[in-house]
Design a binder for this molecule. Sequence first.
Ligand SMILES: Cc1cc2nc3c(=O)[nH]c(=O)nc-3n(C[C@H](O)[C@H](O)[C@H](O)COP(=O)(O)OP(=O)(O)OC[C@H]3O[C@@H](n4cnc5c(N)ncnc54)[C@H](O)[C@@H]3O)c2cc1C
Length: 313
Amino acid sequence: MITASKSDAVSQDGLLPDLPNGPLSEYRRKASFNWKDMAMFLEDEDIIAFKNKIFSTLESDPLFYRQPGVDLPLEKYRELTFLRCKKIFEYNFLTFEATMEKPQKMLVLINCLGMYDWSLSTKYFLDTQVFGVAIGNTGSERHETILHQTQNMEIFGCLALTELSHGSNTKAIRTTARFDASTKEFILNSPDFEAAKFWVGNMGKTATHAVVYAQLYTSDGRCHGLHSFVVQIRNPKTLLPMPGVMVGDIGRKLGQNGLDNGFAMFHNVRIPYENLLNRTGDISSSGNYTSAYKVLLEIHIYVVIVLLLCMIL
Ligand SMILES: Cc1cc2nc3c(=O)[nH]c(=O)nc-3n(C[C@H](O)[C@H](O)[C@H](O)COP(=O)(O)OP(=O)(O)OC[C@H]3O[C@@H](n4cnc5c(N)ncnc54)[C@H](O)[C@@H]3O)c2cc1C
């Protein structure tokens, strides 16, 4: 049974003010437990205080005011969601250090934003947790500047894996990234419309950069499989597409219409070779491809051969 001391009750009342009287009050009074004790049992004071801070900040900011029952036009809703997302960055509810100290807080933040509007929450999540974390986890120290720009919202990101005809079957993805030894760049191409990146959250209107999954080809024509690359798709100042990038919005969806899901096709789009996210496979400036996995596989095969020989001899 959950019980609280008198001093606990005082601190609870500060963190969890009584709910306003209304039609549900009668039923709440019939509960066999105290909801404040239950809230404190499920979440500690720090988390409840964090939630209160988020909710009271949004409540007192006119940008987050919503008129119940009013459907905004699609473009207006998307614009507002982007401006609100920008404001969430400015409020900086969760620093990197605070997230490291208590990772649960990131989930709490995403949920609180979701309770306000899931379009906003997903928009923020895709940029910071999907785009940003993909770079942090699959890139290396050479991508630190991009990470820093993401954290400051100097750039805004998305993750472009799915293609119009290749969703679950990611192995069949057909976007290509060919290494050009003469310029030390990768050249990205979408062979046809079926290989257009599709559904990508944030890509429709607002993303300036994308983590793009493509088949990596070295200049000798060998394909080394699916790899991810950071690709600038729009100018961060004007939001106009970069040369060779055809990018747009896929339009109204069943839900989350504040979020701009989009498509993109690439026509000879050149990116520096350093934009390859190189945690598991890398290319040198001269175009030599190396992968820790391939080395491990070779060691594994070598060990198996040695063991077999030992058994035979
Ligand atoms: C709202 C939304 C947002 C999205 N955001 C992004 C994004 O930000 N970035 C991104 O890259 N992608 C995004 N996607 C795409 C998403 O990743 C794909 O929709 C998903 O991978 C499924 O691919 P698909 O839609 O092509 O369906 P398919 O792969 O064609 O699958 C269709 C159906 O067939 C089934 N199926 C597929 N393969 C098999 C199999 N081998 N055996 C049995 N059944 C199978 C599936 O379960 C499904 O029911 C988003 C999609 C949605 C709907």
